[in-house]
Design a protein around this ligand. Structure first.
Ligand code: MSP
Length: 523
């Protein structure tokens, strides 16, 4: 029997013309949370991220810095991109770089196949190109500024390309794509993205120039070595080359591909929606391969009402936020505060407010109160078990709601459901006033029940929040003594979370450092 298909999640591969900012981190953290959630459901998951290293944007930056493009990308990937993901606790299984031979060789083989099958032909391209987007523009995409046609995303003038290139018969796939998205709405989400792509397709699409001849920083076109492939045609293939595209079915790569493809979720920002929802599936259709099960285009992080970006000098490095609030608060904040799929403004005040009220007060304090009370009233040991019907039922509903939302990439609804349960447990402790009951030994049974049920709720919260805040939940799990009495946190399945009474009496609770320490005042 062949193994169950691996759940395959990808992020865009990011340009390495510069260091990562919080926009890149937003997508990658979302992918990581989705990955961890599905792992916690007991599924086998493969999570891919990486870097897009070819094209004029990277080439020009390297030249401006007086180094070769290869030296430029090698340095940035190793000193900046990989360490950034490590610092944010990203659990990717692979990291693909488009300059790796495993990528370029498979790209050349795949595109030679498309040419042999008649989908690629020689032609002449003349038209506007934005190096910031690495995109051939149509006039409707441009705005006039100071008498010049400029890119509406980057605000910079477009360049006119006039070259003999190779073309891909993209126009042949307009109808199949329209049918695909009409029949499978889940393949392109959210709804607004699907509508945009449908009307784009309905307006007609021309064939695409897929090679360039005026520079050589790219993958050589094997049948025409004076040309390199257009950077997007090379980049989109990363999702498939990384898992063995085109390898012999009996080889390790071939087996990996059979078990992983098609991707279950391509996470992208809405800026690169058309590449993923039009060009990429058309390439796959041409090759007779399955199209991704879902492309999800999330919104933009805005600064001052505009898309945050390095080129507009509004880029914020993740470290600027994590140095102050910590990594887990960073991971939590964006997915909690912004509905996935909508644009959202970032503000320091908002991160601060949520950190204080939701993380430190609601979650962190609950954990520290419980540990302090178990130490004070029960000698540090979880008392005999009991069952609180109301909390147990609320938990069961929370798990159901959170699981549906997280699997639907509605991270905000999922996280809010979990944090609402956390609030309910806080309310339970406040109303029951265990510190008053503790004054009279006659209340021992009632006191034990409150502490037990609070500990059980925290057990559940540690599992449910683990995908979003893994380091914090590990501390909590350890503090509940659950590593010893239950087992590793990562092995706890979502489907079993709401079985009440899993923390055995006798588990030794230890006080941990505060989960969300008081913040230093920002200077
Ligand atoms: N290299 C291409 C992607 C190729 S994928 C086959 C690219 N790279 S990029 O470095 O520009 O990254 C774009 C992606 O970064 C967006 O689609 C989004 O995932 C993320 N973001 C960059 N800026 C962002 C915001 N301001 N807000 C939200 N996400 C942002 O395009």
């Amino acid at each position: 029997m062949s193994p169950a298909k691996t759940f395959y999640v990808t992020t865009p591969i990011y340009y390495v013309n510069d260091v990562p900012h919080i926009g890149h981190a937003y997508t990658t953290v979302a992918g990581d949370v989705l990955t961890r959630w599905h792992r916690q459901k007991g599924e086998s998951v493969w999570f891919l991220t990486g870097t897009d290293e070819h094209g004029q944007k990277v080439l020009r930056t390297a030249e401006a810095n007086g180094v070769t493009p290869q030296a430029w990308v090698d340095n940035l990937v190793e000193t900046s991109w990989k360490p950034n993901w490590l610092a944010l606790n990203i659990a990717n299984d692979d990291f693909i770089r488009t300059t790796e031979p495993r990528h370029s060789e498979r790209v050349q083989k795949f595109l030679t196949g498309l040419k042999d099958d008649g989908f690629i032909y020689a032609g002449k391209y003349e038209g506007p190109y934005c190096v910031g987007c690495e995109e051939f523009k149509i006039l409707g995409d441009l705005v006039e500024k100071d008498g010049k046609q400029t890119c509406s995303t980057h605000g910079t003038p477009v360049e006119i390309v006039n070259e003999n290139n190779w073309f891909f018969k993209l126009s042949e796939f307009v109808l199949p794509l329209l049918n695909h998205y009409r029949e499978s709405p889940q393949a392109l989400q959210p709804e607004s993205a699907r509508n945009e792509v449908l009307s784009f397709l309905e307006s007609g699409v021309t064939d695409l120039s897929i090679s360039r001849s005026t520079f050589d920083w790219g993958i050589t076109v094997p049948w025409d070595p004076d040309q390199v492939f257009y950077v997007w045609f090379d980049a989109l293939l990363n999702y498939a080359t990384a898992v063995g595209l085109g390898d012999d079915p009996s080889s390790a790569g071939g087996k990996k591909f059979a078990n992983t493809w098609p991707a279950d979720v391509h996470l992208v920002g809405k800026d690169i929606l058309r590449f993923h929802a039009v060009i990429w599936p058309a390439m796959l259709m041409a090759a007779g391969l399955a199209t991704p099960k879902k492309v999800f285009a999330h919104g933009w992080l805005l600064v001052g009402g505009e898309k945050m970006s390095k080129s507009k000098l509004t880029g914020i490095a993740p470290k600027q936020i994590t140095d102050h609030f910590g990594v887990d608060a960073f991971r939590y904040y964006f997915l909690r505060a912004i509905p996935f799929g909508s644009d959202g403004s970032f503000s320091w005040e908002d991160v601060h407010a949520r950190y204080t009220s939701e993380l430190a007060n609601d979650f962190g304090n609950l954990a520290s109160r419980l540990a302090a009370m178990i130490e004070k009233y029960c000698g540090g040991v979880i008392p005999e078990s009991s069952y609180d019907k109301e909390l147990a039922e609320a938990l069961a509903m929370t798990v159901e709601k959170a699981d549906a939302a997280m699997c639907d990439l509605d991270f905000q609804t999922g996280i809010v459901a979990i944090m609402d349960f956390c609030k309910q447990v806080n309310g339970y402790v406040t109303v029951k006033e265990p510190w008053i009951l503790a004054k009279d030994a006659a209340n021992k049974a009632e006191l034990d029940a409150i502490l037990y049920n609070t500990a059980e709720s925290l057990r559940a919260l540690a599992i449910l929040l683990n995908s979003v805040m893994p380091a914090t939940c590990e501390i909590l799990w350890e503090s509940l003594g659950a590593n010893k009495s239950i087992g590793a946190l990562k092995d706890q399945h979502i489907a079993d979370v709401s079985k009440w009474g899993q923390l055995p009496a006798g588990s030794v609770v230890t006080k941990s450092a505060s989960l969300f320490p008081r913040l230093d005042v920002i200077a």
